[in-house]
Design a protein. Structure first.
Length: 122
């Protein structure tokens, strides 16, 4: 029987880029596991009117899952009632467009991880 464990990760990042900045998970998915993110939120605590998109970062490629309208300072933007999965080498990530240098961004990820079962062939 596959094992299952809870996953949660609060994030804080300070933007070092003028137009595009990523707030990404610092915990890679372990080999042999798959991560399911059931809730994710992010906000810029410094300025309003940035666009926040939730997705997956694989190396330097960002795959968008859910986008938001322009943010409002200190009002979190979160995912809808969708579950997104991540494999080894893939990181949950927020792409923040319009954040400027020294903006403080907060995010939170929650879900669970499941160990992949070995397939036995005869």
């Amino acid at each position: 029987m596959a094992k299952r464990k809870l996953y949660e990760e609060p994030l804080k990042a300070v933007s070092n880029n003028v137009l595009l900045f990523y707030v990404k998970s610092g915990r890679p998915v372990e080999p042999g596991w798959i991560r399911y993110v059931t809730f994710a939120q992010c906000y810029d605590d410094t300025r309003a009117d940035i666009t926040i998109v939730f997705g997956r970062l694989v190396d330097d490629r960002f795959d968008a899952f859910e986008g938001t309208d322009d943010s409002t300072k200190s009002v979190p933007k979160w995912t809808t009632l969708m579950t997104h999965h991540f494999r080894t080498g893939e990181l949950p990530c927020f792409k923040c467009v319009g954040a400027v240098a020294a903006d403080v961004l907060y995010a939170y990820l929650e879900g669970y991880e499941t160990e992949l079962e070995e397939v036995v062939t005869t």
